[in-house]
Structure formats: C-alpha cells, structure tokens
Write a protein that binds this ligand. Structure first.
Ligand SMILES: C[S@@+](CC[C@H](N)C(=O)[O-])C[C@H]1O[C@@H](n2cnc3c(N)ncnc32)[C@H](O)[C@@H]1O
Length: 252
C-alpha cells in the first residue's frame, strides 16, 4: 500500500473514527482564531471535518456550512451527530464538485493538511482551496513543527511521589521525542514527510513556518498571522508541536 492509501485507511478505521467521535469542543487557539478571523454570515468549508468536532461552532457562525472529508466513515459519524448540516465525501486534492469562488473561509483543522501525500497532492489541495475562495477569502490550517524536540512537563502532582513520577515520565518522554526528531530528515531540512505513530502510523508532512510561508505564498495567498499551537501561552521553536496559519487570498 502507498502512503496515501495507508493514511486514508487509518482515517477509515472504526477505532480511529470512534476516537474522533469522542472529541468535542475547540482548543483555546482555535476558538481565538475562529472568533477573530471568521465573520458571522460567512460561507465556510470545514475541510477534513472528521467526526464533526468543529461543526457546532463553525456552522453556528456560517451562512452556508459544508463539512468535507475523504473518509466515508468520518462523514457518516458527522452526519449522525449533525443530521441538519451538509457534509460531503471528497478528497481535498480534487474538489471539482464544488464551484470556484464559493467560500469566504476554508478551515483545515488539527493538521489535516499534513496527511495529504505526496507533495503533489498537498499542493493540489492548497491550489484547490485558492480556487474555492472568494477574493480576500481566508484559509486557516495547521501543520506540525519538525523542530519540536521538547515536551512541556505536565503539572506537578499533589504528593511528592506523584511529582517525582511526573518528572521521571517527562524525562523519558523528552528523550524519546528528541531521539525521534533528531533522526528525522524534516528536523534538519525544515520540511518533509515522516512516519509518526499516531493511529497506527501516519505519513505526516511537517514544516517550519518559514517553509510554509514560501510554499503557500506561491499560490496567491498572503500570510495574515501564525500562532503556536498552545496560544495564548507562549510557544517556542523547539516546544510548539504545531503552528496555526491564517492566509488571505490576495491574487487570482
Ligand atoms: C487529524 S484529523 C482531524 C479531524 C477533525 N478536523 C478534528 O479536528 O477533530 C484529520 C482529518 O483530515 C481528513 N483528511 C486527511 N486527508 C484528507 C484529504 N486528502 N481530503 C479530505 N480529508 C482529509 C482525515 O480523514 C481526518 O478526518
């Protein structure tokens, strides 16, 4: 099986779908971004919608809302949860069933763009998003940061023993993360695919912000803002696991 098919099979797996069905609510940074950059009454495409975690909030703001995903099983879960909303099974690299310039905002949340493989497919998706957006439209997405070699220690436990356990666990997790990242090409080159263990193994695109700006900027988008994943906490190059990007369509 090639990496595209492997990634798709992971997102069609019933256990993975069940995991996403259990997810609810927005992360702090998502809430901040969606409130700041999406206007009430916008036409919104929620790409890689999964089991509908973002649907309640985005559909509540939108004049027209469409949730889309290439996993039929994820879309079935979204439809079950929000029977009144519109959902489509489609691949983000080929969205010809949707008309050009028909959306004000496209959201590809929770690093969904990183699972399009290879480069050609991911770039085709960026191009398709550009085609679907109206002039001045907004593209919000996130991508993993290959430089993230440290994991923030979790909060100290209540007893000295729990605190000690937390410290030992954190050292172990950091050593593992460091070994994993330092042996990946994207850590050294700033961009590229790597096999990450989530959901049984996903070939995942990661890039540092400067590479993302180059790549997406080449399609007629201009950067509006970039935020670390844990915003409003202060992220850093070696800690932030992913970045959120906001781009505006500025050229045809
Ligand atoms: C990490 S999950 C996030 C799901 C959901 N957005 C959330 O935040 O809970 C990524 C989603 O992107 C979808 N996806 C990945 N590649 C895709 C593609 N080429 N076209 C459409 N959806 C895709 C997957 O099926 C999966 O549902």
């Amino acid at each position: 099986m090639d990496s595209h098919t492997i990634n798709l099979s992971r997102f069609r797996n019933p256990d993975v779908v069940a995991e996403y069905e259990g997810k609810d609510g927005l992360r702090d940074c998502e809430l901040f971004l969606y409130e700041k950059y999406i206007c009430n009454g916008d036409d919104v495409l929620d790409l890689g919608v999964g089991a509908g975690r973002t649907t309640g909030f985005l559909a509540g703001k939108a004049r027209r809302y469409i949730g889309a995903d290439y996993s039929e099983e994820m879309i079935a879960a979204s439809r079950k949860r929000f029977p009144e909303q519109e959902f489509l099974v489609l691949d983000g690299a080929d969205m010809r069933m949707l008309s050009s310039t028909s959306f004000d905002v496209i959201v590809f949340s929770f690093n969904g763009l990183s699972y399009l493989y290879p480069d050609k497919q991911r770039l085709a998706c960026v191009q398709e998003c550009h085609r679907l957006l109206r002039a001045g439209g907004t593209f919000i997405f996130s991508l993993p940061n290959p430089s993230s070699i440290f994991i923030r220690p979790s909060r100290a436990g209540r007893t000295p023993l729990q605190t000690l356990e937390g410290v030992v666990r954190s050292i172990g997790a950091n050593l593992f993360r460091m070994a994993q990242r330092l042996t990946m090409r994207p850590f050294w080159t700033g961009r590229g695919y790597a096999l990450l263990h989530a959901h049984g193994g996903l070939n995942t695109y990661m890039a540092i912000p400067v590479r993302v700006l180059e790549e997406v900027g080449a399609f007629g988008f201009s950067e509006v803002a970039t935020y670390p994943e844990d915003y409003p906490r202060r992220g850093s190059r070696f800690v932030s696991r992913w970045y959120y990007y906001v781009f505006r369509k500025t050229q045809d």
